[in-house]
Design a protein around this ligand. Structure first.
Ligand SMILES: NC(=O)c1ccc[n+]([C@@H]2O[C@H](COP(=O)([O-])OP(=O)(O)OC[C@H]3O[C@@H](n4cnc5c(N)ncnc54)[C@H](O)[C@@H]3O)[C@@H](O)[C@H]2O)c1
Length: 217
């Protein structure tokens, strides 16, 4: 059985790291002695968050769906901290719209559906495919491990609610791609896991992606 290892000295990319689960992940990595690069939108609080968290944290303004943005973030991690050991995919978006609004005689916007799928599935895959090239260059540890990918799905992948067609489809896509990607990367000692959180407790007034309410039918 593999040894339980510490993240001390590791370098993690954390998408969506300016807010919510991503930010909490960044803080946990730093508190346990790792370094972290926040990959989040230029419009996010990424700069402010990284500045507040000290030298072991950096911000790379990134849209996860952009190849060049993610490549630049990987380069930043490599230049500043020397390597990439972990990639934690927390960036995600949701819309809350029913498949058809019979009151307004309006179908769900295909553009909205595609945007959620693109950010949540393609964005996650984009980060994985570009991060693992760097992980593959790491010396394997005693158990043959070179790195780890952690993706964020949702309970909505298995039990989607009213108005969650696009969100549930996107999270189901993340669940579905986890095993083949894990099989692709296992020979290199790169582990791939996906978590499926339930709805988290939200501070009053904070809008989070799993807690959006659909418009009236
Ligand atoms: N909040 C919940 O109850 C809950 C439950 C289950 C799963 N999740 C999932 O957990 C993850 C984090 O959720 P959260 O509640 O912390 O969300 P959040 O809205 O607080 O944070 C999401 C972050 O992702 C960033 N982001 C959005 N689009 C991006 C893009 N294209 N490129 C880069 N960054 C982008 C946002 O700027 C934001 O900082 C999401 O994937 C969400 O679907 C959340």
């Amino acid at each position: 059985m593999a040894n339980i290892r510490s993240v001390k000295g590791m370098v993690g990319l954390v998408t969506g790291g300016a807010s919510g689960l991503g930010r909490a992940t960044v803080e946990r990595l730093l508190s346990q002695g790792a370094s972290a690069v926040i990959l989040d939108l230029p419009s996010s609080d990424g700069h402010k968050v990284a500045a507040a968290l000290g030298d072991r944290c950096a911000f790379a303004p990134t849209d996860v769906t952009s190849e060049s943005d993610v490549r630049s973030a990987v380069v930043l991690a490599k230049q500043k901290y020397g390597k990439v050991d972990l990639a934690v995919n927390c960036a995600g978006i949701a819309v809350a719209v029913k498949t058809y609004n019979f009151k307004k005689d309006l179908p769900h916007s295909l553009e909205d559906f595609t945007r959620v799928i693109t950010v949540n599935i393609a964005g996650t895959f984009n980060v994985i495919r570009l991060a693992v090239g760097e992980m593959g260059k790491n010396e394997p540890d005693a158990d043959g491990h070179r790195g780890c990918i952690i993706n964020t799905a949702s309970v909505a992948a298995y039990d989607g609610q009213v108005g969650q067609a696009s969100y549930s489809a996107s999270k189901g896509g993340i669940v579905g791609m986890t095993l083949p990607i894990a099989r692709d990367l296992a020979p290199m000692g790169i582990r791939v896991v996906t978590i499926a959180p339930g709805v988290k407790l939200l501070p009053v007034g904070i809008h989070r992606s799993d807690a959006v309410v659909p418009e009236a039918t």
